[in-house]
Design a protein around this ligand. Sequence first.
Ligand SMILES: Cc1cc2nc3c(=O)[nH]c(=O)nc-3n(C[C@H](O)[C@H](O)[C@H](O)COP(=O)(O)O)c2cc1C
Ligand code: SF4
Length: 484
Amino acid sequence: MWKPSERIKYDVIATDWPTHSEISQSKLFSPIHIGPLSLEQRTWIPAMVPWRSNEEGEVTEDVLQWYRRFAQGKPGVLVVEATGIRDVPSGPLLRIGDDRYIEGLRKLVDCVREASQGQTRLLIQLIDFLPIRRRPDPIKYLERFLKITDQHRQHLGMTDCSDDQIRVRLAELDIEELEAALSAKEWEDRSFGNRQRVTDTHIPDIAALPETLPSLFADAALRAQVAGFDGVELHYAHAYTMASFLSATNSRSDGYGGDVQSRARLPLEVLQAVQDATEEQFAVGCRFLADEIVADGSGLEDACYFAQRFAEAGMDFLSLSRGGKFDDAKQPKVGWAAYPYTGRSGYECMPSYISDKQGPFGRNIDPVAEMRRRNRASGYQTPFVVAGGIYSYEQGEAVLQQDKADIIGFARQALADPDWFEKVRLGRGDEVRLCRYSNYCEGLDQKHKQVTCELWDREELDQAGVVKSHDGKRRLIAPDWNAA
Ligand SMILES: Cc1cc2nc3c(=O)[nH]c(=O)nc-3n(C[C@H](O)[C@H](O)[C@H](O)COP(=O)(O)O)c2cc1C
Ligand code: SF4
């Protein structure tokens, strides 16, 4: 992963934890409404893909165990990982693209209700993403995948030559000559792997996204409602389709790209379709970016505009992340796909303890505070969820006391210790296992390996009933907390 050049190392400080009676005065552990839902506390576990599903995208026993473990900590909201809305093979990513998924998802809902004793509201994050291929072997790319065109012939001065002759000649070029001989897109396909973009409107499926996506999202949301979820989080963040529509890099000329209004159009149409398909008491919100952190990408001004339009259109909550884009991703190894958390924008999404002067903690708080301030000034009361390097009660409570956000997201901190919420609520914060922001978990995610935390995954491996990773070296679930 990219790291700031300053390479300043930060320790997570074990803070003063509140007593049980101080908790009763706290804002973090006070109720709030998000649209139709009442939350017991203003804590939130953002979506995290743990790679516990199977090639069919089903709710497996491992998926159930993973979410049961989080639910035992009784956070205000638990958001189930990014779940694919299309019924297409997507590796071991959870899916909701067909009615056959409802039964498994219902089990997941029941499991969370039971483990949290009904105290945790359960949302599911709905994602659409565009096809991306692995980085090809460079020789095979020239031999097989590259489509030979007249541009190649002209560039090489070989106008009468066959495709095979052109391929042979291209393979003889040195790297600079080859880059000059290929178009920018071909060079990218060779060096990173082919990746479709929302601007590839010459591809019929991409051109048709404004027609296809609203009903895909709406059908998925309806399935989530039937399965018993409390609501959905529309994934409008990071490197995926909807974020790409919002992006300032979206130059589509069909009314769904270009200026900021047109870029917000499809996300608003998807929202409308989802609202139409689901009942009033079903919450519908979204996650999007306070800043894309890429050259020519959307910044805070655009995000403020989107926040106002989304609030106006009736989103029940606005959850903010930052970065996580393909635009600045590192070149993957041959045979691997690009991963959108390897560049600077990826760092901003999941900051690690090796950081810059600002440090890894709460980097998204001030941008979100500004978005929220402007929304409130315009009369919108929609709750804002902030996440990113928040691990302590003090941090979360201060954000709420200063009216910088309404709900606090703890992603990696909840992975490090799913009992954070109960421990702190009971005045036993000194028992919390603090995330050190090593990004070991994120490294596993990058390899699509079962995600675990280095702070507990080697503990008590021999204990009866411990479920282990495929290689048998790591436990998959945090050890139980003995609250007695
Ligand atoms: C293993 C892992 C998987 C993640 N998967 C998702 C995801 O499915 N959807 C999403 O919006 N964010 C995802 N994220 C980002 C987190 O939700 C969160 O925004 C980020 O980790 C920063 O918050 P934190 O500092 O509290 O961890 C993931 C993060 C991790 C570590
Ligand atoms: S592996 Fe554990 S300690 Fe490291 S960042 Fe992930 S959750 Fe935090």
